[in-house]
Structure formats: structure tokens, C-alpha cells
Design a protein around this ligand. Sequence first.
Ligand code: ADP
Ligand code: NI
Length: 214
Amino acid sequence: MNKDIIERTIAYVRSELSGIEAGHDWEHVKRVWKLAKHIAETEKVDVFVVELGALLHDIADSKFHGGSEDIGPEKAANFLNSLHVDEVVIDQVVKIIKNISYKGGNHVQEFKSPELDVIQDADRLDAMGAIGIARTFNFGGYKNRPLYDPEIKPDLNMDKETYKQRLSPTINHFYEKLFLLKDRMNTAEGKRLAQDRHSFMVEFVDRFFEEWDF
Ligand code: ADP
Ligand code: NI
């Protein structure tokens, strides 16, 4: 029964995300789902909620929906309702989708759960390391942003709205978000996996500036 629901959710997410920017596509969701299942093995969580939350976490990212943060949770709830998933499970998944996002890291997260901790770690791990670098430059390209501009300094004190509207060079994103992630991991396994991905990004940015200033 649960297995069937997971299969149908996969099919739904794949079709909904087809054609979307490559950093937030089905392949991103698939990596997050796999990482979340791995971390879930080391934590006391409801694995069904973790799987559904991971699969549906980017079903309608506000960046691609005119800034609206309600469409994603609403779509997920409607979809899960159509499969007659238990209301308690739907409620947890909806809260996870509403609260997973980073948004500058300076706002108070309204909801916490062990399942959200796991999925948030998985989503953050996919923002780090080699994949994180690839996703970040893909997003910058998608927005037609410069790689680097010495005139525009990173800003670490942005509120949620400023963060979302920010048009800074792509390399700034490392200082504004990616380098901060390793100290924001929730789970022990998440923290462990973040170390190596973090070091790799630091090495990359060092080389980037070395070559820039040749
Ligand atoms: P969250 O949902 O945690 O706020 P986002 O969806 O904003 O995360 O970001 C996911 C990934 O998309 C980032 O880790 C990065 O790779 C890319 N991205 C998002 N915003 C930017 C940005 N302003 N510049 C470059 N990359 C970005
Ligand atoms: Ni994501």
C-alpha cells in the first residue's frame, strides 16, 4: 500500500517537474530522496513521511511560481488526498514542505519535526559539494547573472524577502548560503556528510579566485 503510494508520487513529481531548471528538477528530488532515506536509517523517524516529504518538497518552488509559498503545500495536499493518504501523514508532509526552505537563514522556522530535520539535511547536502557547485552556476546562468563582480560584496544579513529578490553574482551565493550550511545540519549523519562536501566547495572557491586574479 505505502509502496504503491510512493510509486505514484514518483510518477506525479516526475511529470510535474519536467522542463524545470536543472537544479530543481526530478533528478534533484531523486538525489534528496535517496539521501533522506540514507539519513533516516540513522534516526528515529517515520520513513513513509520522510519519503513523501522528500519527493514532494520542491513540487512548486516559490521561485518558479511568482513568489507564492502556498502553491507547493496545496498541490501536495491535493495530490495525497486523491490517493486517500492518512490525514495525519498529509498534515506532516504539508508542514515539512512549508518549512524546509532556507530563505536567507535569518528567519525563525515555525515548525520542527524529526522527519523535517532529515529531509532538510538531505536538501542541504544536495546544495553542497560538486553537485552544489553545478546547481549554483546553473541557477546563475538561468538568471543570466555574472559569475563574479568585485564591486558587489556578499551580504550575510538579508531578511527573507531581500534574499529571494537578490540579484548578486553567483559566487556570492557561496558566502550568503552554501558555506553556512555545514553548521546548520540537524542530524549526526548529515553533519558527517557535510564536512567533505564543504571542504570541496572551499577548495573550488579558492581556485576560482586564484585563477580570476592570475
Ligand atoms: P532553499 O529552498 O533551501 O531556500 P533554494 O531553492 O533557494 O534553497 O536553492 C537551492 C539551490 O539553488 C541553491 O543551493 C543553489 O544551488 C541554487 N540557488 C538558489 N538561489 C541562488 C542564487 N541566488 N544564486 C545562485 N544559486 C542559487
Ligand atoms: Ni530542494
